[in-house]
Design a protein around this ligand. Structure first.
Ligand code: GBH
Length: 489
């Protein structure tokens, strides 16, 4: 007990308390000009976000829904991949996940309790078109009507992603086949037509590099292929083509006032030092390192450097492809997790990527390097290069080694640390006048983390996978306060 109180109060504090009790001013305190108990004239800096700034949470169909065989849902590439031995941690699959398919009302209540204005969710293409195209499945559409109706009734605006990696397995050749891009366009148009009276904000694809490069070049994600460079580049082209055809189809089928964008995870180039030369280098690097995806979409072409670099391996395209790919967007959604540090350098590129030392800090996922400024530079680089009318952070969050106490609490102070620092940097972007309209935290609840299965938790609600019960973590309490004050706390 003595040891504890010494640790709690320390010698000086104890002496101070004693002095206060006797009305004596300590010499040390007198030097500050303040009497004991008197406060500093603190001038608090309030990091308020612009009025109308939208706070939300983000999820994806295959990661939360489960119910993979229900109501006519067709099989997807991820069902097959996850059920292939050795592909996911522990052989985990999305068969049950968070069972959100049945618990969507409960999950919407979690959102409501947070006070979010918005929710970013995705639609499982294979619930709508079990074969990827052809005959639609009315039960699938009904389900999303129910989800959206429930959100709207709770005062939450849905932002809907059409493709978050769960590709209908029946589509021959998957993303290697150009027809898949067309099938996506048709599906996007169908959704805009049938849900467009209720959903006003659409995103085509989520993170192009993840379902193209990671699926077909690196093999870490479904379908797990390691294609040669030329064929992999063609897959990437089909990805951006799908996005473009999706934008066109949504515009053709949705009522006026509908807003269309995408959710990209462009490489975020952070200048090593905030000086003119490094800032310029980071901007050049942003354009070049994202040439295959966001740059092609924003500029409606493959830039020369990209084509030259790949030579005979460059993708092939048809005359009208870039009319679709370069379609004007109402907003750019950017998922932000980690920084890539860039400096000015001599040579034709004018920049160099600085490798992180092995001591670089990361969260529970080894890849998740902590770099709060990345969220600021994600906004600034994209805005300065391409001037989109609006931007959203469509995902930001982190994994942490959460422990549920017997009392049902999770003290994820590391997640709060991560989030607070990123949101502070996002505030800077808003305060400087960039058109950043909202922030979606990844994720509402722990879920199927792709190849990492259930081993990595990204939620601000803990999910007990035995009971499927949800528990708000400390980070949920923190986020609720941020939203209530529309400010960094
Ligand atoms: C996003 O992906 C996704 O949109 C979302 O579904 C996901 O749950 C969330 O972020 C959290 O991961 O193991 O070193 O080879 C983030 C992109 C792609 C980053 C795969 C990690 C693996 C790196 N992720 N990548 S490594």
């Amino acid at each position: 007990m003595k040891a504890i109180s010494r640790r709690l109060f320390g010698k000086t504090a104890a002496a101070t308390a004693a002095a206060a009790a006797t009305g004596v001013t300590l010499p040390g305190l007198a030097a500050s000009g303040l009497a004991f108990g008197q406060s500093y004239e603190r001038k608090p800096v309030s990091l308020k976000f612009p009025e109308g700034f939208k706070w939300g949470c983000s999820t994806a169909s295959y990661q939360i829904e489960g119910a993979v065989k229900e109501d006519g849902r067709g099989e997807t590439n991820w069902d097959i991949f996850a059920h292939t031995p050795g592909k996911t941690h522990n052989g985990d699959t999305g068969d049950v996940a968070d069972d959100s398919y049945h618990r969507y009302k409960e999950d919407a209540l979690l959102l409501k309790n947070l006070g979010v204005q918005t929710y970013r969710m995705s639609i499982a293409w294979s619930r709508i078109f079990p074969e990827g195209k052809g005959t639609p499945n009315p039960k699938g559409l009904d389900y999303y009507h129910r989800v959206v109706d429930d959100l709207l009734a709770k005062g939450i605006t849905p932002y809907v992603t059409l493709f978050h990696w769960d590709l209908p397995a029946a589509l021959p050749g998957g993303w290697q086949n150009r027809d898949t891009s067309k099938a996506f366009g048709d599906y996007a148009g169908y959704m805009a037509k049938h849900l467009g009276d209720k959903v006003k904000n659409w995103m085509t694809t989520n993170e192009l590099t993840c379902f193209t490069d990671l699926g077909y070049r690196i093999g870490q994600f479904a379908p797990g292929l390691k294609l040669p460079n030329g064929e992999a580049n063609q897959v990437c082209h089909h990805g951006i083509l799908a996005h473009g055809l999706g934008v066109q189809a949504i515009r053709a089928n949705a009522p006026s006032g509908t807003l269309v964008g995408l959710a990209e995870n462009a490489t975020v180039c952070v200048p090593v030092i905030e000086t003119e030369e490094h800032i310029k280098a980071a901007q050049k690097a942003t354009r070049l390192l994202n040439a295959q995806f966001l740059t092609a979409i924003m500029e409606g072409k493959y830039i020369e450097e990209y084509l030259k670099y790949h030579g005979a391996d460059a993708p092939k395209w048809e005359p009208d492809d870039f009319k679709a790919i370069g379609s004007k967007l109402d907003f750019v959604g950017h998922n932000v997790y980690t920084p890539t540090y860039v400096r000015a350098a001599d040579g034709p590129l004018g920049f160099a990527v600085v490798q992180n030392p092995s001591s670089y800090p990361h969260m529970a996922s080894p890849w998740l390097n902590i770099g709060p400024e990345s969220i600021y530079w994600a906004v600034r680089n994209v805005c300065e290069l391409w001037h989109p009318p609006a931007m959203y952070i469509t995902e930001n969050g982190c994994s942490s080694d959460d422990v549920l106490t017997p009392e049902g609490q999770v003290g994820d102070v590391d997640r709060v640390m991560y989030l607070r620092n990123y949101v502070t940097q996002l505030h800077r972007a808003a305060a400087e006048g960039y058109p950043i309209k909202g922030y979606f935290l990844w994720s509402l609840l722990d879920n199927f983390e792709w190849a990492d299965g259930y081993s990595k938790r990204f939620g601000i609600h803990y999910v007990d996978y035995k009971t499927l019960k949800r528990y708000p973590k400390l980070s949920a309490e923190w986020y609720k306060t941020v939203i209530a004050r529309n400010a960094v706390v």
